[in-house]
Design a protein around this ligand. Structure first.
Ligand code: SF4
Ligand code: SF4
Ligand code: FES
Length: 752
């Protein structure tokens, strides 16, 4: 057996596999090196994105000088090793394993949902098994309906992939193994939660044991056309494939070896604007409305190309462009860049998953950006990362990975950022102006006003002392904060003077792309046109507007992801109406298709001069991502001024937090049947007492001019006087709600 010396990790090695000379680096397993070199080793339990499971033994190989077969998924490749992946003995061993897998497995594949894409079916054929030589007394094990997914224990081969995904990737920790010989099963320990994230566990199931309930028995896998695309919901732009037949999307799949989808990506696909035809009169009115609009309001659920069209319309007509969330993010990032000297944040999702200490500030991250939460979870599971979660509300769904909740008062984020930065930079060499800023901080006062105890920060500091690989994740609570730009400058000091991996998670949709492409304005004036936003004249992909528009799954174009990647989306559903490009052409612009704009996305903002049809969209055999391209880094001018931290204006009494629940991001996710849920104002018993509201009481309140009518629900697991108010059900008004997420509002009772 090889001795693993960590000092050798990354060292170049050369070995021979099946007579082929293979170069790689030390630290990789034999199967990794084989795959890098296009050499096939059969597996049943291997899943690249989790740690090796070691349950199937199909991956056995011989290593010269080592007695017996070894597991290539577990054993590190060593310099000079001579490896054989296939010979008569190995074939027989694998064949015997397949015989055991087939004990009592009903090979009546014609009635199984997985037929045509089943690993067991494929390998049964690959290893020439024409009969099932062994049986054992079987028992009745009924199919279990777990909500979004269904589990058939009779088909389960106990490969453990689903359990690992539930634990290591999504972190819902719902699935567990239950051992019991031939009656071993997988158990859903949180069945009442009906986690949509279990769709990811079903995706990796190699057989028909764990399947999407809605997809089950709906069609044969081989009848579906696969249309590669990117998820438009949270800003993650996760890789996904629409699977379509007769213009109906049957399911979403993903390259599950390397990527993951949250429940919204997996089940939030049926939001197309259907049965639309060309309404010439409405189109004429739309052209005239856009021509005469003083302000164009839009939701961030648009492609980069459409954002560029709007920018060009602005240049043509002089209209203001209003996308409030993207504007807030743009301002924040400009202030941030003025300290770092770089236009984008430096961090990446991969670096989050490799961190051993992570600080989350100003975001309900699981709800805001599930894929970021998944990477935090990976760090927690793989590196026992210390995770500090700084927010006015504890997120109980994060409890299993957060090691320290640090609660602060709403609106005290500037003080919290200052306290955090002072703690992180205290012993670092920093320029005079930064030192002066830190020295001037009144720590005691900031701590008292924000409610963040000095001892809590000290605990955090100590817990990070022996760690390496740090991440700071900041989010949407900060962008629309009245002091957002100052907060950005304070936090940018972390990126500038430490080796933290910093990610400023953009708001949902394509807010990142919009913030880079459009010259956005602040105030709405005059006649308005809205694109998926309520206005005097509304262009709507949600229906109910003055002119229909295509939804994002009916368009070609690109999105900019929170990992700073420009990724392609393709058409999954037909659309028969007019599109934004038609309006722009009628106004005098000239592009045959919207994707003609892909190659003209602004290079000075980091985009590349590439034709849409030339954008790559794949992962190689070892998981390197070739989807679109990464935004180019750009330098920006530096401004050294740091303002004094402003007097903190804390909120007293009952406060409402604008926040969508898991898997809801906009009016588009809300259109999707599997995700539909009623929206409530949800608060603790304490909130109920403070506001004198009873459970079930109907209330009304106004935020950003939008009137909410809600039923109040008490959630006994919540504490404090902050209630959660979602916006995803507000249709065309949703994008209008974009101010600082905590509001002190006047709640009117409207009778129960
Ligand atoms: S349900 Fe599927 S993924 Fe889970 S252990 Fe069984 S076969 Fe493997
Ligand atoms: S909603 Fe976000 S995390 Fe979920 S699949 Fe889509 S991009 Fe990925
Ligand atoms: S792939 Fe190695 S034991 Fe299953």
């Amino acid at each position: 057996m090889a001795i693993h010396n960590s000092l050798n990790f990354g060292k170049e090695i050369t070995l021979t596999i099946d007579g082929k000379e293979c170069k790689s680096t030390f630290g990789k397993t034999i199967i990794d090196v084989a795959r890098e070199n296009d050499i096939y080793i059969p597996t049943m339990c291997y899943l690249t994105k989790v740690k090796p499971i070691g349950a199937c033994r199909m991956c056995v190989v011989n290593v010269e000088g080592v007695e017996g077969a070894i597991l290539s998924c577990q054993e590190k490749a060593t310099d000079g090793a001579v490896i054989t992946t296939d010979n008569k003995e190995l074939y027989t061993e694998r064949q015997n394993i397949m015989k055991l897998y087939n004990v009592n497995h009903p090979l009546e594949c014609g009635v199984c949902d997985k037929s045509g894409e089943c690993d067991l079916q494929n390998k049964t054929m690959e290893f020439g098994l024409e009969e099932q030589p062994f049986t054992t007394r079987d028992q009745h094990r009924p199919v279990e309906n777990w909500g979004h997914v269904s589990y058939d224990p009779a088909l389960c081969i106990m490969c453990e992939k689903c359990v690992r995904v539930s634990t290591e990737i999504t972190g819902d920790e719902a699935l567990k193994l239950h051992f019991g010989g031939y009656s071993s099963t997988i158990v859903n320990t949180k069945i009442e939660k009906n986690y949509a994230s279990l769709g990811e566990a079903a995706a990796v199931c190699p057989v028909g044991a764990l399947v999407d309930t809605n997809f089950k028995y709906s069609t044969n896998a081989w009848e579906l056309e696969k249309i590669p695309s990117a998820c438009p919901h949270c800003g993650g732009g996760c890789q996904m494939t629409y699977e379509v037949k007769n213009d109906t999307i049957y399911r979403m799949t993903n390259n599950f070896e390397f990527t993951s989808l949250c429940g919204a990506g997996r089940y939030g696909f049926d939001y197309a604007n259907k049965n639309v035809s060309k309404d010439a009169k409405a189109f004429e009115k739309a052209v005239s409305a856009v021509k005469n609009a003083e302000s164009i309001l839009f939701a961030p659920q648009i492609t980069n190309e459409e954002a560029l069209i709007l920018q060009k319309v602005k240049e043509l007509t002089g209209a203001k462009l209003i996308c409030a969330e993207a504007k807030a993010y743009q301002k924040f990032m400009r202030a941030y860049s003025s300290v770092t000297g770089k236009a984008l944040y430096s961090g990446s999702l991969k670096a989050i998953s490799e961190s051993t200490a992570i600080i989350v500030l100003g975001t309900k991250i699981y709800d805001d950006a599930p894929t970021v939460k998944y990477h935090i979870n990976m760090a927690s599971k793989w590196h026992r990362a210390r995770v500090a979660y700084m927010h006015p509300l504890e997120d109980l769904e994060m409890k299993n990975i957060v090691t320290q909740f640090i609660k602060y008062e709403p609106q005290s984020e500037e003080g919290v950022a200052a306290l955090l930065v002072e703690m992180l930079l205290r012993d670092m060499e920093v320029p005079e102006n930064v030192k002066a800023f830190l020295d001037d901080l009144d720590i005691g006062n900031l701590s008292a006003e924000s409610n963040v105890g000095e001892e809590e920060l000290e605990l955090l500091r100590k817990s990070m002392l022996k760690k390496h690989g740090f991440s700071l994740i900041v989010g949407a609570d900060l962008y629309a904060h009245p002091r957002a730009e100052q907060i950005a400058k304070i936090l940018a000091l972390v990126e500038k003077y430490t080796d933290f991996n910093v990610v400023c998670v953009p708001p949902a949709g394509n807010a990142m792309g919009v913030s880079l492409i459009c010259d956005l304005d602040d105030e709405v004036t005059g006649k308005t046109v809205g694109y998926n936003a309520e206005a005097d004249f509304t262009l709507s992909a949600l229906g109910g507007g003055d002119l229909d528009m295509p939804a994002l799954n009916q368009q070609e174009g690109t999105l900019t992801t929170n990992d700073k990647r420009v990724v392609p989306m393709n058409v999954a559903q037909p659309y028969g109406g007019y599109i934004l490009n038609d309006i722009a052409n009628a106004l005098g612009l000239d592009a045959e298709y919207t994707i003609a704009y892909t190659k003209t996305l602004p290079s000075e903002k980091g985009f590349e001069d590439v034709e849409f049809d030339s954008l790559p969209d794949y992962f190689d055999t070892v998981g390197n991502e070739y989807r679109g391209y990464l935004l180019n880094e750009r330098e920006t001018s530096v401004d050294k001024t740091l303002e004094e931290v402003a007097e903190l204006d804390g909120f007293d009494g009952a406060v409402v937090y604008t926040c969508n629940p898991k898997e809801q991001f906009s009016a588009f996710t809300n259109l999707c049947e599997p995700l539909k849920e009623e929206a409530f104002l949800v608060g603790s018993s304490q909130f109920s007492q403070a506001t004198k509201l009873s459970d079930g009481e109907s209330v009304s309140f106004i935020i950003d001019g939008v009137t909410f009518k809600r039923v109040f629900k008490i959630d006994t697991s919540m504490k404090g006087t902050i209630a959660l108010n979602p916006t995803y059900d507000m249709g065309l008004s949703t994008p209008l709600v974009s101010s600082y997420r905590f509001s002190r509002i006047e709640i009117q009772k409207v009778g129960s």
